[in-house]
Design a protein around this ligand. Structure first.
Ligand code: UDX
Length: 454
């Protein structure tokens, strides 16, 4: 079968490459000439572990090509996958479907034979029917079917999530379309993946329901962490004790500075909006959004408090700018929001991130200073903040930190370090949902008392 994928972003490029890896002939289409030219030279515009090699392998095998010419690409297409962005609309937080509808129009204009037009982008329930109307109106004589095939790819893990999925969801409304989708995913079914066939609306809803439920788990554990800080619990044990119940599961119970990225913030906002428009409010997700929106400010307050109540003119070593590790993506990154707010509160924020520096500069420019490596960020800092749990930051030993920092004060927004080890090494160590360690200021306070009584 010949597959056309429209959109070469995180979803489109990974999907197209994986379809080629599965043995199909794939043409990836994008409007942006520069992107396509770079892809033709195997310059991958996004960082995704394993993607560059997979693209190169399939280009060499002649299974994948890149073009800006959609009409030519559609010539012998059997399946056309729409994988363009659906950003949050500033006006009301709804999913902006402009790119999806533009793609539908262009497909209808260029397609001259039966094909299944699949929506892979995350779209509100009912969008598939709107796509069908657009195509019918644009090209009344065209014979086609629509389908919904949401992606469940985590950035930094996208290839594994695609090739070894928990399940594949296919929403169709004809046997012919269902058979096309079954053929498309036969290689994964053979490898043991569950292929779920349902209707279009249910398929569109599954994506939102899954993503917003995962975001709910994150906001839930973050509120439990805040409660622990107040009443003295240890969130690590609470999360473990909860997560060992198979009905809850231990994933997405890691407390932190809040969820970011190009999906959770967008999908939770859109879900609330979908509920409002359907006069069926999704009140739980509304609360999830509120918890997350307040969180960066809570983190800033925590850091200012750890610095002794004032950060004016203090150097803050800020480790991590991406919304999570193993990606270069800073979209809706909480780390970026926290760094920016600290800088605007008078601190000298010196930030470092293994992959997201260029992307961060595009968002917050020179509000923060950019170090060339971890050591430079740490050198003589009054406070260190761990914002994104890149493994190279998690591997930093208390001794290394102690030797670089001006003051041994660490605020760990990802619970990456061990409180006992930090206590041992004489740190003030503040983390999330766990008892704070004041081995440094306690020592200072004791010293101050001594000098006073001397
Ligand atoms: C998510 C979904 O996981 C994926 O299935 C969907 O297709 C796209 O959206 P992604 O946005 O790449 O994937 O990142 P994910 O790994 O889900 O993390 C999202 C955010 O939640 C990150 O900011 C992460 O730091 C945060 N998070 C995640 C937590 O704070 N705690 C957790 O336990 C898990």
């Amino acid at each position: 079968m010949n597959i056309v994928v429209i959109g070469t972003g995180y979803v489109g490029l990974v999907s197209g490459t994986c379809f080629a890896e599965m043995g199909f002939n794939v043409t990836c289409v994008d409007k942006i000439e520069d992107k396509i030219n770079k892809l033709k030279e195997n310059i991958i515009p996004i960082y995704e572990p394993g993607l560059e090699e997979m693209v190169a392998r399939n280009v060499t095998a002649g299974r994948i090509t890149f073009t800006t010419d959609l009409a030519a690409a559609l010539k012998d297409a059997d399946i056309v996958s729409i994988a363009v962005g659906t950003p949050t609309r500033k006006l009301d937080g709804y999913a902006d479907l402009t790119y999806v509808f533009d793609a539908a129009k262009e497909i209808a204009t260029a397609l001259d034979h039966y094909a299944v037009i699949v929506t892979k982008s995350t779209v509100p329930a009912g969008t598939g029917y709107k796509i069908r109307e657009i195509i019918q109106r644009t090209n009344p004589s065209l014979e086609f079917d629509i389908a919904s095939n949401p992606e469940f790819l985590r950035e930094g893990n996208a290839i594994t999530d695609f090739m070894e999925p928990d399940r594949v969801v296919c929403g169709t409304e004809s046997t012919r379309a269902r058979e096309h989708m079954a053929k498309l995913y036969a290689p994964l079914a053979k490898a043991g993946a569950e292929i779920i066939h349902t209707d279009i609306i249910s398929s569109e809803l599954i994506k939102y329901a899954a993503n917003t439920f995962l975001a709910t788990k994150v906001s839930f554990i973050n509120e439990m962490a805040d409660l622990c800080e107040k009443v003295g619990g240890n969130i690590t044990d609470v999360a473990y004790g909860m997560g060992t119940d198979q009905r809850i599961g231990n994933k997405f119970l890691q407390p932190g500075p809040g969820y970011g990225g190009s999906c959770f913030p967008k999908d939770t906002t859109a879900m609330v909006n979908i509920g409002e428009r359907a006069l069926s409010p999704i009140t739980i997700v509304d609360a999830v959004v509120k918890v997350n929106r307040a969180r960066p400010h809570r983190m800033v307050a925590k850091i200012i408090d750890a610095a002794g109540g004032d950060i004016e003119g203090k150097k803050i070593a800020f480790l991590g700018l991406t919304f999570k590790p193993n990606t270069d993506d800073v979209r809706d990154s909480i780390a970026i929001l926290v760094a920016d707010e600290l800088a605007r509160s008078g601190a000298t924020v010196v930030a470092y991130d293994p992959k997201g520096m260029d992307e961060a500069k595009e968002v917050i420019g020179q509000t923060v200073t950019y170090a060339t490596d971890t050591d430079e960020a740490l050198q003589d800092a009054d406070v260190m903040v761990l914002a994104t749990e890149w493994s190279e930051f998690c591997a930093l030993s208390p001794d290394t930190l102690r030797s670089k920092l001006k003051q041994p004060i660490v605020v760990d927004l990802r619970n990456a370090y061990d409180p006992a080890a930090m206590q041992q090494a004489g740190f003030d160590y503040i983390s999330i949902g766990r008892a704070p360690v004041f081995a440094y200021s306690g020592e200072q306070a004791a010293l101050a008392r001594q000098t006073k009584t001397a």
